[in-house]
Design a protein around this ligand. Structure first.
Ligand code: HEM
Length: 147
């Protein structure tokens, strides 16, 4: 119950500004694993992080990711209801060449964004709460990926 309060409380303001926070997260992701940039080539240039984070398709993906997190936060009492959606999402990422290990790197980037955005409010219990929620999301995506 404490975990859910921590997550909901911290997402309240972040969730209202999805794109800028998502951009912080993905910029960090590309620092941690620059090879992931190549999976975002779409039709436009995405040679450098800067090119990439300013392309409309990329910003759309950032929004999609943030909406999945938003859905998880609003279904904290019933995460299994997202199972089918997440299985399918994992399958789609398998198809576009994303490895399941990369989902864990996204998790690190998510924590980095939370730390930067929340400042003092980023505490060990909050970090743990987010890690476990993200872990449930990634576990379902990974099952879909492997099916
Ligand atoms: C779709 C890449 C992580 C949510 C896609 C697509 C690509 C992609 C290339 C297809 C094109 C597009 O729709 O933009 C990646 C990479 C990731 C990553 C490289 C990290 C290593 C994630 C994560 C989430 C997510 C962690 C959510 C928690 C989505 C959604 C779609 C999508 C909702 C749209 C699926 C649909 O068409 O129904 N991703 N993705 N992605 N991604 Fe990701």
């Amino acid at each position: 119950a404490k975990d859910k309060e921590l997550i909901r409380g911290s997402w309240e303001s972040l969730g209202k500004n999805k794109v800028p926070h998502g951009v912080i997260m993905f910029s960090r992701l590309f620092e941690l694993d620059p090879a992931l940039l190549s999976l975002f080539r779409y039709s436009t240039n995405c040679d450098t992080t800067q090119d990439c984070v300013s392309s409309p398709e990329f910003l759309e993906h950032v929004t999609k990711v943030m909406l999945v997190i938003d859905a998880a936060v609003s279904h904290l009492d019933d995460l299994p209801s997202l199972e089918d959606f997440l299985l399918n999402l994992g399958r789609k990422h398998q198809a576009v060449g994303v490895s399941t290990q990369s989902f864990a790197v996204v998790g690190e980037a998510l924590l980095y964004m939370l730390q930067r955005s929340l400042g003092q409010a980023y505490t060990a219990p909050l970090r743990q709460a987010w890690l476990s929620m993200y872990g449930v999301v990634v576990a379902a995506m990974s099952r879909g990926w492997a099916e």
